[in-house]
Structures are given as structure tokens and as C-alpha cells.
Design a binder for this molecule. Sequence first.
Ligand SMILES: C[S@@+](CC[C@H](N)C(=O)[O-])C[C@H]1O[C@@H](n2cnc3c(N)ncnc32)[C@H](O)[C@@H]1O
Length: 275
Amino acid sequence: MESSGVIRISDRDFTRLTEYLRDHYGINLTKKRVLIEGRLNHYLVRNGYDSYTAYLDAVFADSTGAEFTNIINFLTTNYSFFMREWDHFEFYRNRILPELKSRVKDYDLRLWSAGCSTGEEAYTLAMVTNDFFGDEASRWDKRILATDISQKVLNFATAGIYGAEAVEPLPKTWKLTHFNKLPEGRLQAKDSLKQEVLFRPFNLMEKVFPFKKQFHVIFCRNVMIYFDAKTKVELVNRFYDVLAPGGYLIVGQSESLDRSATKLSYVMPSIYHKD
Ligand SMILES: C[S@@+](CC[C@H](N)C(=O)[O-])C[C@H]1O[C@@H](n2cnc3c(N)ncnc32)[C@H](O)[C@@H]1O
């Protein structure tokens, strides 16, 4: 440890940590030394470690996986907000939902928010879906599967409590219909909204996706930005396999797919279709 109290990560420890994260979680932090030290130092100090070597030895020796869960909680970037990239939700409401309404005969919609972070994307999706179906809403099973590797964000999402600033973009009617008021301008998702979303831990690097039924829509926005090209292509291929014919994959607006490496067809920037 340096006299300033800052613990520096050696090249060897930096490599073993970033390679593990890249190989097991797809997260590429090989150029993010400052971010790693910035986010982990405090934890090391608080837990009595005086070097990354001692800490990482303990992490790699922990067969329960709890220590890695911890690292993931610290090192993933979980930024998200309600109504984010609203154009996607308009496309979903105006194009995808009318298609599904006329095509899905068993009233079972299969929606997935992959890399859902603190839940804003999945809850926005649930509220748009609910609005679209209106009086017919109760007839449809439109529960959204929302997954992430970070248990910390999933706990937050499940509690469904958002600060005054976070809920500001929400339309007034949605606030009234779908949220309960808490002190200091905070809002909590009502049980009726929470029931529309199933939050579950899931690592998108799993080689086999364990879903029994295919999805009609997958939102995987602002997740693959941390993945290298090969990881991304492999993941998009797995998405292709779990999409129903006619289904859509929506990625973040700053992202694009290598079109020569996927069977998905391009609809418009950041929106892809399984023909
Ligand atoms: C920036 S947030 C995006 C949240 C939301 N989709 C949005 O666009 O607002 C990225 C999320 O992806 C999750 N993530 C990163 N790698 C993952 C992986 N291998 N499997 C599952 N989730 C992952 C992170 O934990 C983080 O919560």
C-alpha cells in the first residue's frame, strides 16, 4: 500500500482479474485500471486487505462465488433511467405490439429485458404494454422477464423504490396509476406493477440459454457496449436462437450489430428482426 492509503493493483493481478471478468462475464475492463482501483479500493481497506494479491487470492479461493458476486456488484456500470431511448418504446407500442396482438393466439407475450439493471427499463416496458392493451390487459400474460448479473441491482429493482429525480420523467398518470407515494418525493412501484416483472439473476455469458419458450421481444440495451466483438457476436447468435420467428431484438441507440455475422435482419438503427 502506498503512504497515501491508495492500494495499487499490480500488472499480474490486473491481468488475472480482467481476464476472468472478460471470460466469465463478457465484461472487458482491460483498459479500465483507474475504474477498478477507484471502485474496489475502499472495499479492500474496509475489509483489511493491504494488497490486491491478498484480496484476489481470497476471491479466487472462494468456492461459493459470493466474492465474485461482490466484485460484479462493484464493477458493473448500472446506469439506467425511466423512458430511456423513448423511440424504442414508441416503436414497440406502434409497430411491435399491434403485430403481436393479431399474431399471438394464446395471449402469452414473451418479453425479456436482458441486463435490466435497476428495473427502469422493465417497468417502463410494463407500463407501455399495459397502456396498449387497455381494457383487454387482464386477458394477456405480458409478464416481463428482467435479468442481470448483479444481485445488488436486482434487489433494488425488486424493491421498486425510486428517488424524486428518477421518477421525474414519468407521466403524471403513470405515477398515479402505478406507484405509491413515499416521503421526500420518492415513489414505490405498486404490487400490480411489480407483478408484471419477474426479476432474476442471469449471466448472458451462459453458453446455453435455459428458456422453454421463445421470446417475442428482447431488449438488451447498453449492455453489450462492455463486450468485445467476439463475445457480442456469440451473444447475438444466442438471442437469435431464443427469439420466436417474427421477434425483435432491440439494442442501445449507440450500439450496432455486425450484420454480416447475424441472421437477424436490420429494421432501423438499433432494431433487428428475426424473419
Ligand atoms: C448500463 S446498464 C443498462 C440497463 C438498461 N438496459 C438500460 O439500457 O437502461 C447495463 C447492465 O448490464 C448488466 N450486465 C453486464 N454484463 C452482464 C452479463 N454478462 N450478464 C447479465 N447482465 C450483465 C450490468 O450488471 C448492468 O446492470
